[in-house]
Design a protein around this ligand. Structure first.
Ligand SMILES: [Zn+2]
Length: 116
């Protein structure tokens, strides 16, 4: 991977990070509002409970993705961004375009997924 490509991926990761941080802040706001708003009947309360559970799931997913992105950014700093952590071959630009925070090449990813 050349320096220009690396810059592009860094920007993609930083943009994604910003988006996730915004999303998480929004979920938290909404959940906070729902919890503080007065509920008149039980049907409302049930809807809110489902919504809150869903949003918490989404929020957890986003937090996990955020961690992966932070990790990928630290790999950029170390100069090991496009190196697979299992076989130490290049992950490949095409794969990183699909998943910019990928840690393994496509072959190793399948092994990791089978064993975990
Ligand atoms: Zn590999």
């Amino acid at each position: 991977m050349n320096e220009n490509e690396l810059k592009i991926f860094k920007k993609i990761l930083l943009d994604r990070k910003e988006q996730i941080l915004k999303n998480i802040a929004e979920y938290r706001n909404e959940i906070g509002e729902l919890k503080s708003s007065e509920t008149s009947d039980e049907a409302d309360l049930a809807t809110i409970t489902i919504d809150t559970a869903l949003e918490e799931t989404l929020s957890r997913k986003q937090s996990k993705e955020l961690e992966e992105i932070e990790y990928a950014l630290s790999k950029i700093e170390k100069g090991t961004y496009d190196i697979c952590e299992m076989c130490e071959e290049e992950i490949g630009v095409e794969r990183l375009k699909v998943k910019p925070q990928a840690r393994y090449c496509i072959v190793c990813r399948e092994i990791v997924e089978k064993t975990s």
